[in-house]
Write a protein that binds this ligand. Structure first.
Ligand code: HGY
Ligand code: MN
Ligand code: MN
Length: 397
C-alpha cells in the first residue's frame, strides 16, 4: 500500500510506468527498504536492481527472487509489486528469525517488465538472458519518441553492472494469476509448471489521407477499414486455435487521427499467445498471410515487425516440486497452472532453473485499476515462496 501511493492511478490502481519520475520514486522507496533490511544493492546497465542478503558460503551462487515495480498506465497495485515485496519479506523474515542460508538470496526488481511504454515486455530480463541486446533495448522508443536509454539516464538509474554477468543458482517469482482459474477452482496456490509463448506483431498500414466527406467510396484507400478486418481475422484465428490460444489488439494509432480525414497511417500491435509452440507459430503465420491479403484487396500498404517474442516456457521440475511440497506442508489448496501472462521468470528460465508461485486475484482481473487480492491469498503465496526459496538456499544450523 505504501508503494501504491507512488504513481497513483485515477481509479484506485497505479500508473507507475517504467522510467517515469514515479518509477524513480518507487525504486528509491524499494532501495530504502532494502537498506533497512541490511541488503547490499547493485544495479545493472538496464537499471535492474539486485538487493543481496549474504549467505554463509560466499562461493555459492545466489537464489534470486523477484518481479517488477513498473505498472501499466491503468495498472493494479499487485501486478509485479507483490512479487518484489514478497521477496523482501522473505529476507525480513529470515532476519527476524536469525536464520542463515548457505546460498545468498538476491531480491530483484526488473526494469520494464510491462512493455507498455517501451516494447517488448520483459525487456531487461530479456537482455539479462542474452535474448535481446543492450543497444536494441536502449533504442526502443515510447509513443512520444523518447528512447529507453535516454529515459533511464534521465531518472538516474543506469547502473554499472554488466547485464547478465550475475549467475543464478535458482530464480523464483511470486505473482498474481491475472486470470480466473485459481479463484474459479477455489485454489489458493498456483503451482506454475509452464508459461505460454507470445508474439507481438506491430502492423503499419498505409492508406491515402483524403476527405471523409468528398471522397467517393470507390476512390478510398482505407487503412482504417483494413485494420478493422484484420482485428476480426485475428479473433477468428484465435478461436480456430482453441483450446489454448488467445489473440487480440490493445493499442492502435491513427494518423493524422482527425475526424474528417481518412487515415494515411494506422499502427497497431497484435498480441497472440499459446502454450503450444506449433499453434503459436501457426497463428503468427496465418495472421501475417491473411493480413497481407486483406490489405492487397483494399490497396492498403502493409508492413509488419515482430516487437515482442518468447517461446512457451517449461519451468524447472525440481523447483516446481518444491513449490508444490511447500503448499502441501502448509496445508494450502493448490493446482498446477500454465501462466497466461508473460513474466521475467520466462527469461530467467533461459539462464537458470526458475519457477513461479501464483495466488488468485478477484474475478481474475488484472491490467485494470480494480485489480484486487485478499490478504489471505497474499500471505499464503508469500508463505509458499518463503519455504521454497529457503529450502533452495539451504538453511545453515
Ligand atoms: O504482457 C504480459 O504478459 C505481461 O503482463 N507483461
Ligand atoms: Mn507482471
Ligand atoms: Mn503486467
Amino acid at each position: 500500500m505504501e508503494m501504491a501511493k507512488i504513481g497513483p492511478g485515477v481509479a484506485g490502481g497505479n500508473n507507475r510506468q517504467t522510467l517515469t519520475d514515479e518509477d524513480g520514486e518507487g525504486r528509491k522507496l524499494f532501495r530504502t527498504w532494502c537498506d533497512e533490511a541490511g541488503l547490499s544493492t547493485g544495479v545493472d546497465r538496464m537499471g535492474t536492481m539486485f538487493a543481496r542478503r549474504e549467505g554463509t558460503d560466499p562461493e555459492a551462487l545466489p537464489v534470486y527472487v523477484g518481479s517488477h515495480l513498473d505498472t501499466q498506465p491503468t495498472g493494479g497495485k499487485y501486478d509485479g509489486v507483490l512479487g518484489v515485496l514478497s521477496g523482501l519479506e522473505v529476507v525480513r523474515t529470515l532476519n527476524d528469525l536469525g536464520i542463515r542460508t548457505r546460498h545468498p538470496i538476491v531480491v530483484t526488481n526488473w526494469t520494464n517488465e510491462e512493455g507498455a511504454r517501451f516494447a517488448p515486455a520483459m525487456l531487461a530480463s530479456g537482455v539479462f538472458a542474452g535474448a535481446l541486446d543492450l543497444d536494441y533495448a536502449y533504442q526502443r522508443k515510447d509513443g512520444e519518441g523518447k528512447s529507453f536509454g535516454d529515459e533511464l539516464k534521465r531518472i538516474g538509474w543506469v547502473g554499472d553492472e554488466e547485464v547478465g554477468a550475475r549467475k543464478m543458482h535458482a530464480y523464483f517469482e511470486y505473482h498474481i494469476e491475472q486470470g480466473p482459474i485459481l479463484e474459479a477452482e477455489d485454489k489458493t496456490i498456483g503451482v506454475v509448471t509452464h508459461c505460454q509463448g507470445l508474439w507481438w506483431l506491430e502492423f503499419t498500414l498505409t492508406g491515402k489521407e483524403a476527405h471523409t466527406g468528398s471522397t467517393p467510396m470507390n476512390m478510398r484507400v482505407n487503412a482504417g477499414l483494413a485494420m478493422a478486418r484484420i482485428l476480426e481475422m485475428v479473433q477468428k484465428v484465435a478461436m480456430d486455435a482453441q483450446p489454448g490460444a488467445v489473440g487480440g489488439v490493445g493499442q492502435m494509432r491513427f494518423s493524422p487521427n482527425s475526424r474528417n480525414v481518412l487515415p494515411g497511417k494506422v499502427v497497431f500491435t497484435v498480441d497472440i499467445r499459446s502454450p503450444d509452440q506449433a499453434k503459436l507459430d501457426g497463428m503468427r503465420a496465418r495472421v501475417e498471410k491473411e493480413a497481407a491479403a486483406i490489405c492487397a484487396e483494399l490497396g492498403v500498404g502493409c508492413s509488419v515487425e515482430a516487437v515482442g517474442h518468447f517461446d512457451p516456457v517449461t519451468f524447472d521440475p525440481t523447483l516446481v516440486g518444491r513449490v508444490r511440497a511447500a503448499a502441501e506442508k502448509l496445508g494450502y489448496s493448490h493446482m498446477n497452472i500454465i501462466s497466461g501472462a508473460g513474466h521475467d521468470a520466462c527469461w530467467a528460465a533461459k539462464v537458470a532453473p526458475a519457477t513461479m508461485v501464483m495466488c488468485p486475484c478477484v474475478d481474475g482481473l488484472s491490467h485494470n485499476e480494480a485489480e484486487e487480492i485478499s490478504k489471505d491469498w497474499a500471505r499464503a503465496g508469500a508463505d509458499v515462496l518463503f519455504h521454497a526459496v529457503v529450502e533452495t538456499a539451504e538453511i545453515v544450523e
